[in-house]
Unconditional design. Structure first.
Ligand code: AMP
Length: 219
């Protein structure tokens, strides 16, 4: 199954992609995670992307398209994947169509996670992840059961993204509306677009996604 989660920063794409990846055994392909890893490792791609990401702008299409193209060749993507944060422009969506056709994969679902812009700054600026296993938390909405200890792996180190601050979130949101929102009509005309209410609690959104993937009513 090939699935795209679409939505602005803070919509919960990463959280839901992670849950779906666990429940469905599908690879989660997050271009944001891959670019952060490249920045941390100081690769050529990382050096090109670092300042652009810090400004909350989109990195050039050729960089992310080539990352996804390579990643889709891996064995764990043979029967599909969950794309989280890609595509983000119409040019990326067109490149994805070509890649999928070459790999004999079909796009089954594009799911828009709808959220109010007003909620996003608070959602994004409070989030952090376990440095060990990547489990996501939030200062207000999802604290670990024991403060400072990851519920999932027991790790005690956490990290926050450099671009999760109010100023950068505003540019990321602007980039979403200007460059990514045009993907909604692009996929709607192809009959693969559905939406879920991303403002609902994590478990409710997860249940809505499962229902959609099982062919239930879409929102
Ligand atoms: P994310 O983790 O998805 O919020 O992405 C973090 C940052 O990485 C974005 O603000 C962009 O600078 C960059 N990025 C991630 N995915 C893409 C993409 N598909 N196209 C362009 N830039 C991207």
């Amino acid at each position: 199954m090939m699935l795209i989660l679409l939505g602005p920063p803070g919509a919960g794409k990463g959280t839901q992609a992670r849950l779906l990846s666990e429940s469905r055994g599908l690879a989660q392909l997050s271009t944001g995670d891959m670019l952060r890893a490249a920045v941390a490792a100081g690769t050529e791609v990382g050096l090109r992307a670092r300042d652009i990401m810090a400004r909350g702008e989109l990195v050039p299409d050729d960089i992310v398209v080539s990352i996804i193209n390579d990643r889709l060749d891996a064995a764990d993507c043979a029967s599909g994947a969950i794309l989280d944060g890609f595509p983000r422009t119409v040019a990326q969506a067109e490149a994805l169509d070509v890649m999928l056709a070459k790999k004999n994969l079909e796009l089954d679902h594009v799911i828009e996670m709808q959220v109010d812009d007003a909620a996003l700054v608070e959602r994004v600026s409070g989030r952090f992840t376990c440095a060990g296993c990547g489990e996501g938390y939030h200062d207000k909405f999802r604290r670990p059961a024991v403060d400072g200890v990851c519920d999932k792996c027991g790790g005690t180190e956490f990290k926050r993204r450099a671009d999760d601050n109010a100023e950068t979130v505003a540019s990321r949101l602007e980039a979403y509306h200007r460059q990514t929102a045009p993907l909604l009509p692009y996929y709607k005309s192809r009959g693969v677009l559905s939406r879920v209410d991303g403002m609902a609690p994590i478990g409710t959104v997860a249940a809505a996604l499962q229902k959609l993937l099982e062919g239930g009513a879409n929102g």
